[in-house]
Design a protein around this ligand. Structure first.
Ligand SMILES: Cc1cc2nc3c(=O)[nH]c(=O)nc-3n(C[C@H](O)[C@H](O)[C@H](O)COP(=O)(O)O)c2cc1C
Length: 129
């Protein structure tokens, strides 16, 4: 299946998700489930991951972020621990033309991506399951 083949080719997976009822949207859960089967042929196994949750509210998708991490533990995805990324009040980060308008988020996003790049480098050979 094309989706599984594409994921297999990735060096890592950065999950960026909104929050639906304190969990992830069903399309993301479905993608995770599709990639996880057939049993013992999961495309997620050992791929270095990171999670960024995004919300118009103040909690920054904390529930979605940690619900997703629960599945990633089972799927043997080594997930970046720090920095955590709970992006709240997301609509205020962009201007009318959808350009990033927040210097503090630009700074945080840069730090986050640098940490994730290092995480991918140091976890690339992790295939233990
Ligand atoms: C069914 C549903 C449940 C939602 N639950 C949450 C929630 O638990 N926490 C939150 O911060 N936002 C929640 N939202 C707001 C979404 O985070 C927001 O709509 C999303 O950023 C926009 O994505 P969408 O255009 O794909 O709906 C919910 C939205 C929907 C439609």
């Amino acid at each position: 299946m094309e989706f599984r083949e594409r994921v297999k080719a990735f060096d890592g997976i950065l999950f960026v998700t909104p929050e639906y009822n304190r969990s992830v949207p069903v399309v993301l859960k479905n993608a995770i489930d599709v990639g996880s089967r057939p049993y013992r042929k999961s495309v997620w196994n050992g791929k270095p991951g990171a999670v960024m949750s995004v919300s118009p509210g103040m909690i920054g998708g904390f529930g979605a972020n940690h619900h997703l991490r629960q599945s990633l533990v089972f799927l043997n995805v080594p997930v970046l621990q720090q920095p955590e990324a709970y992006i709240g009040n997301a609509s205020a980060l962009f201007d009318e033309s959808s350009n990033l308008a927040s210097d503090s988020f630009r700074e945080f996003g840069t730090k986050f991506m640098q940490a994730y790049a290092l995480w991918v480098e140091t976890n690339t050979c992790s295939k233990a399951q």
